[in-house]
Design a protein around this ligand. Structure first.
Ligand SMILES: [Zn+2]
Length: 121
């Protein structure tokens, strides 16, 4: 039986983007904004004595500079996000956060309340 627990933390950013590879006339080719919800999923065992997996505050501190690089910006201008689909945004956040959050299992990006994209699966 697994002794692991799963933590999820949520963040929200407001960002603009356009998707340059779409055909003319597609609405997402035009510059537009989203309130992106970003959900981090971490998995790991309890730390002995403390009784938790990881301090949420520590996760927040790690995410602060990454979120600042994305929030209220045109995502296409962020290095590595020239084509900022939700898929590539989730991958970008995972790749940048993983080194500092070894327990990170996946990143979910919701560009609307009814859509979500998770990387990796
Ligand atoms: Zn969009």
């Amino acid at each position: 039986m697994s002794q692991n627990f799963e933590l999820k933390t949520q963040y929200q950013i407001e960002s603009a983007r356009f998707l340059p590879h779409l055909p003319e006339g597609h609405p997402c080719k035009r510059i537009h904004g989203h309130s992106f919800k970003i959900i981090l999923t971490l998995r790991g065992p309890l730390l002995p004595h403390v009784g938790w997996v990881q301090d949420y505050h520590e996760i927040d501190q790690t995410m602060k500079p990454l979120l600042a690089a994305l929030d209220h910006r045109l995502l296409n201008e962020v290095e590595g996000l020239e084509n900022p689909t939700s898929e590539l945004l989730a991958q970008w956040i995972f790749d940048h956060a993983k080194a500092k959050l070894p327990l990170l299992k996946s990143v979910t990006v919701m560009e609307t309340p009814t859509t979500e994209c998770t990387y990796p699966v």
